[in-house]
Write a protein that binds this ligand. Structure first.
Ligand code: HEC
Length: 254
């Protein structure tokens, strides 16, 4: 009798199993919604559907190669101003897009002559209005990805929220009998380790784009351990035969 356990998933009352099941189902739907949301917020960052390391780099590290205005002036807006004026704008942007120099270096003049035909409210086109300095300054910013304050906010919400979810998922799973003890402990603790790795990798990616792959490993491993605990718990509650208390669990016989 030493190895028989009265507390296990398969012989819980239907009421408790229903409670566990309701929780697991809702959390699984929540998990899927989170994955959908990631596709929308990060998945499109590189302009292509689907999450890639580029998306993660753009989201956390940013596109440091330059500002929107510079890339446009080298792209679709190239023909809008003569070479000399174009380079003047780019030069001003690279030097920090300072408002004082905007006027003193004649950038205002160039923009008024070349750009606001289209880039103003009166043009009727849905484009940023370059009669306002703010809108120019906005497209002249270098994209440095997520800000530290938004990272801090999302990090603490994730740490608290996800730790809470895995507390209950892990608690339910801990009553499973069909998984060897060592593996069980590993599976239960894994999400916490990968949660920390995942969050840490956001910050590391913000500092260095080479860490983007760590974000994918952290998030992916967390999802894997979630799926494993979910499937085993559901199986033991509803498919595996009940373990009779006067009987030894055949699964525990070695
Ligand atoms: C003939 C009309 C026209 C003129 C003149 C024009 N643009 Fe544009 N601009 C557009 C259109 C249309 C778009 C949107 C399509 C695109 O991004 O290529 C755009 C987009 C942009 C964008 C991207 C805005 C965003 O938020 O994505 C920037 C930056 C920009 N233009 C800068 C300039 C500058 C600087 C000049 C002057 C040297 C200029 N444009 C002159 C029509 C114009």
């Amino acid at each position: 009798m030493t190895r028989s356990r009265n507390i296990n998933l398969s012989n819980q009352s239907t009421a408790l199993k229903s409670l566990f099941t309701g929780y697991l189902v809702v959390v699984a739907i929540g998990y899927m919604m989170a994955l959908v949301q990631i596709q929308f917020t990060h998945g499109m960052a590189d302009g292509k559907l689907g999450l890639s390391t580029d998306d993660i780099v753009y989201s956390y590290y940013g596109k440091r190669s330059g500002s929107v205005i510079e890339s446009k002036l080298n792209g679709s807006m190239k023909a809008m101003a003569p070479e000399e004026e174009r380079l003047k704008i780019i030069n001003w942007v690279r030097k920090g897009a300072n408002e004082k120099q905007f006027h003193s270096q004649g950038i205002r003049q160039i923009v008024d002559n070349r750009c606001i035909v289209c880039h103003s409210k009166t043009s009727g086109m849905p484009l940023p209005d370059f009669t306002q300095f703010n809108n120019i300054s906005h497209v002249a910013e270098t994209d440095t990805g997520a800000s530290f304050s938004s990272l801090a906010r999302v990090s603490h919400i994730h740490l608290f929220g996800i730790a809470f979810i895995f507390m209950f998922v892990g608690l339910i799973f801990s009553l499973a009998t069909g998984v060897p003890k060592g593996l069980k402990a590993i599976v239960i603790v894994m999400p916490y380790i990968f949660l920390i790795i995942d969050i840490a990798s956001w910050w590391l990616t913000k500092l260095n784009p080479h860490f983007a792959w760590l974000v994918i490993i952290g998030g992916g491993s967390m999802a894997l351990s979630f799926a494993f605990m979910w499937v085993v718990s559901m199986y033991e509650m509803w498919i595996m035969p009940r373990i009779r208390e006067d009987n030894r669990n055949p699964l525990l016989d070695e």
